[in-house]
Design a protein around this ligand. Structure first.
Ligand code: ZN
Length: 600
């Protein structure tokens, strides 16, 4: 059958990274049809101006060319026509990220916002999409993986697909190439994972573990009425990390060495990271794809959409991603506490947490969190990491003050009923209102301090109430992410991050108030020597161990081509590295609370 809006997409020239997309509108606006391309993709809060990758555009109707006027950076106006109108674009697809489109001689991947023009005024109409193979020279053995509903296309095949409307159309990323596919069922719903990239994973184990995580989330929040399928698209290059959530699928990038190897039974650190990413993106199918801030109902993809609630959608999702690994039995309590300790460490190490609240961080995501510069650690806080700690604090506080009657699980279940099942957008303070309502008392002081304030969270106390000890120590070096005890921790603080750029040790960031800042070291400086001895990014940790608090050293740096001699006085290393441990001598009440928290 044909649809009011029909697209055809093909990797027309993989070697030149070109996709060709044709759009036919059966009944164009009699006054002249407008078209637009999104400037951003839901889930990634940065203006990306996808239209800049359109390298040619033309329109025709009834065999004749139709004039197209460009209205602004992302919109076009076609001249009035009486018959169906066809627009053809060529898109340069060379962005390897989960947010872009990428075509080469080995595969094609695209997100709808990069390639599918919106027919302005007809966004609610059904769309047909024909996905075509590349020219014969390429694509032997290529298959198609997408959560878009087939409309005649064979499973994992080229052919016709469909979507109910434009918003749904652009929420189905598509991967085309040589794919390893695993399939499984979660509570009766077919799920699949399609992996691109050379790999030799233990697929049965991998699918089993993913299924366990999905079932844990599904049992918490329930099966959405419209979730009749789900697909993980996984790209495994040598290096890289990223994920983007969609309503029926997610796109993930992770190094291939994070995949579970055949013959390996334990959950390695790398595999745990992969499982955490999968857990995170899957939880989003409820929290942000179906429970959404009012600012995203509907999405306005022509400009920034501001909300102070990203900490709810990313922070709470970050809390549940690791918690689900524990609840599903894939990791034990010690491993979970290590992950929590790492998140606490990440937040503690940034002085930005004392300057910016998570509500501000959410609101300004477009210009700050997504545009981090050398001063980021001093100026901004992550609504992911601190948001996860607010979720933990809130969960512990609710459990503590209601004797376990109300937990964050209940809050999320109520949010699902109120905003997810109804499709009603969550207003800016409505999450807090739900918490107050379920708790039966006001949490206003807590939210004012945690969400809109910049002080420390009451986590030490709340964890102690749950028989978990919090330990603070100094860092053991640049590779120390926290989460566990360490020997040989630093005594003194230098206060600048260094990266090797070729043979040069370049300062990438300087902590506010640190010895490096007081000495005048600046981001961009090339660090040459400490006390007359050459240093590199690799040797700096060892080099500073020669010194004690209040020792003074000469530092040589190049700023541009000028050599500067600076005087640095070492200070005591900050206690910014956290690890958690089950308390050995806790009260019976605290032990009972811990038992309820971990469900065992
Ligand atoms: Zn997320």
């Amino acid at each position: 059958m044909s649809y009011p809006v029909e697209y055809r997409i093909r990797p027309a020239n993989p070697a030149a990274h070109l996709l060709e997309v044709t759009l036919t509108v059966a009944q164009p606006d009699p006054a002249g049809q407008q078209f637009a391309l999104p400037t951003w993709i839901p889930g990634s809060y940065l203006i990306r101006d996808y239209a800049r990758n359109i390298i040619s555009i033309r329109a025709e109707s009834d065999g004749l060319a139709v004039a197209l006027d460009k209205l602004d950076k992302s919109r076009w106006q076609a001249a009035a026509v009486e018959k169906p109108l066809t627009v053809t674009i060529e898109v340069f697809a060379f962005d390897q990220s989960v947010r872009g489109a990428h075509v080469d001689t080995s595969h094609a991947y695209f997100n709808g916002p990069c390639v599918f023009l919106e027919v302005v005024g007809q966004e609610d109409r059904r769309c047909g999409v024909r996905i075509e193979p590349p020219p014969k020279a390429f694509g032997k053995g290529w298959r198609v993986a997408t959560s878009m509903e087939p409309d005649g296309a064979p499973i994992y095949g080229f052919g016709k697909y469909r979507a109910e409307n434009y918003a749904e159309l652009i929420d189905h990323p598509v991967e085309i190439g040589e794919l390893s596919i695993g399939e499984f069922t979660v509570r009766g719903v077919p799920h699949a994972i399609a992996i691109r990239g050379r790999q030799a994973a233990d697929m049965p184990r991998f699918c089993h573990d993913i299924e366990t995580i999905c079932a844990t989330h599904m049992d918490l929040l329930g099966l959405p009425a419209d979730l009749d399928r789900y697909l993980f698209l996984l790209h495994t290059p040598g290096d890289g990390y990223g994920g983007l959530e969609h309503a029926w699928s997610s796109s993930l990038v992770i190094p291939r060495d994070n995949l579970p190897r055949r013959g390996q039974d334990e959950v390695s650190d790398d595999y745990r990271t992969l499982l955490g990413l999968i857990s995170h993106e899957y939880f989003h199918l409820w929290n942000v794809k179906r429970i959404r801030p009012a600012a995203f109902r509907p999405y306005d993809l022509s400009a920034e959409s501001h909300t102070g609630l990203l900490w709810v959608f990313e922070g709470i999702t970050s809390y549940y991603d690791d918690l689900a690994l524990l609840r599903s039995g894939l990791i034990d309590v010690d491993s979970y506490l290590e992950l929590l300790g790492r998140v606490m460490t990440r937040v503690q190490r940034g002085a930005g947490r004392l300057r910016q609240s998570v509500e501000e961080s959410s609101f300004d995501a477009w210009t700050k969190f997504y545009k981090q510069d050398a001063n980021a650690e001093n100026a901004i806080v992550s609504y992911y990491a601190k948001g996860a700690l607010i979720a933990l604090s809130l969960d512990l506080k609710l459990r503590d003050e209601t004797d376990g009657r109300v937990t964050l699980d209940h809050v999320m279940q109520e949010c699902w009923r109120r905003f997810g099942e109804t499709g009603v957008g969550m207003q800016e303070r409505e999450f807090e209102a739900v918490c107050n309502e379920l708790a039966g008392f006001s949490l206003q002081d807590f939210f004012d301090a945690a969400v809109r304030g910049t002080g420390e969270l009451p986590l030490d106390h709340l964890l102690e109430r749950h028989a978990i000890d919090v330990h603070y120590r100094t860092s053991a070096g640049t590779r120390d992410k926290g989460g566990k005890p360490a020997r040989d921790t630093a005594q003194v603080w230098f206060g600048a991050s260094i990266a090797n750029r070729g043979n040069r040790a370049v300062v990438t960031a300087v902590s506010n108030g640190s010895p490096a800042e007081l000495a005048g070291i600046s981001p961009g400086d090339e660090l040459v020597a400490l006390d007359g001895l050459r240093v590199s990014a690799n040797s700096l940790d060892t080099a500073v161990r020669r010194y004690r608090v209040n020792d003074k050293v000469g530092v040589a740096v190049f700023r541009g081509d000028e050599l500067l001699s600076l005087d640095l006085k070492f200070a005591a290393a900050p206690q910014n590295t956290v690890h958690l441990a089950l308390a050995a001598d806790a009260s019976d009440d605290a032990l009972a609370r811990r038992q309820r928290l971990f469900g065992k």
